[in-house]
Design a protein around this ligand. Structure first.
Ligand code: PRP
Ligand code: URA
Length: 209
């Protein structure tokens, strides 16, 4: 599917299956989300540009590659997106972080923003939006619009599970935003939940209802 990468690495798929299990504890769910976050970070940064620099090893000189492109901003959509953050920052400790507080109204499924704080230079950075769930894409579309309004021009979206409906909506609304996901599930149910899915990611992370 154009603009969508399904991360089918066996470690990711195994951990995702553990997360889907309704008996998984809050602690286990959070831990797995963190671990998958680190693995997805590898994939979403796979094509970052490199440049060659001269260095001296203890034995000799050589030309060696280092990252050359834009610096990163990780932008978790609260609450559940925060579950990816620690794993991502483990790999890219110098990245900046933008927090986007958005929840989905359970009755209307519309996105409601309640918090936004981003670094001043997002326009010069690659912004990686983080949210485990892409369902209707109302939250993702609102988050992309919010960060674009701040000047961001280079945006990627990382999730764990995506519904076909959400992928279509996000790709049609923002074709410049590519998506990385661990799986594309079957459909949304009448309440906008991903099926088979894993339930409410935020509630499962924090033990709320
Ligand atoms: C969940 C999820 C996404 C959103 C996806 O958040 O983390 O942000 O729903 O649904 P959508 O694609 O239909 O917008 P939720 O509103 O439950 O907030 P929470 O993370 O604070 O629990
Ligand atoms: N948000 C979730 O947390 N889970 C879903 O299945 C849909 C939206």
């Amino acid at each position: 599917m154009e603009g969508v990468t399904v991360v089918d690495h066996p470690m990711v798929q195994h951990k995702l299956t553990l997360m889907r299990d309704k008996e998984r504890s809050t602690k286990g769910f959070r831990q797995l989300l963190n671990e998958i976050g680190r693995l997805l970070c590898y994939e979403v940064t796979r094509d970052l540009p490199l440049e060659y620099v001269d260095i001296e090893t203890p034995l000799t000189t050589m030309r060696a590659p280092r990252l050359a492109g834009k610096k990163l901003v990780f932008a978790p959509i609260l609450r559940a997106g925060e579950g990816f953050l620690e794993g991502m920052l483990d790999l890219v400790p110098s990245a900046r972080v933008a927090h986007i507080g958005i929840y989905r109204d359970p009755a209307t499924l519309k996105a409601v923003e309640y918090y936004f704080k981003a670094p001043p230079d997002v326009a010069e950075r690659l912004v990686i939006l983080l949210d485990p769930m892409l369902a209707t894409a109302n939250s993702a579309v609102a988050a992309v619009e919010r960060i674009k309004a701040r000047g961001a021009r280079d945006i990627r979206f990382v999730c764990l599970l995506a519904a076909p409906e959400g992928i279509k909506r996000l790709r049609e609304t923002h074709p410049d935003v590519r998506i990385w996901t661990a799986a594309i599930d079957s459909h949304l149910n009448d309440h906008g939940y991903i099926v088979p899915g894993l339930g409410d990611a935020g509630d499962r992370m924090y033990g709320t209802k």
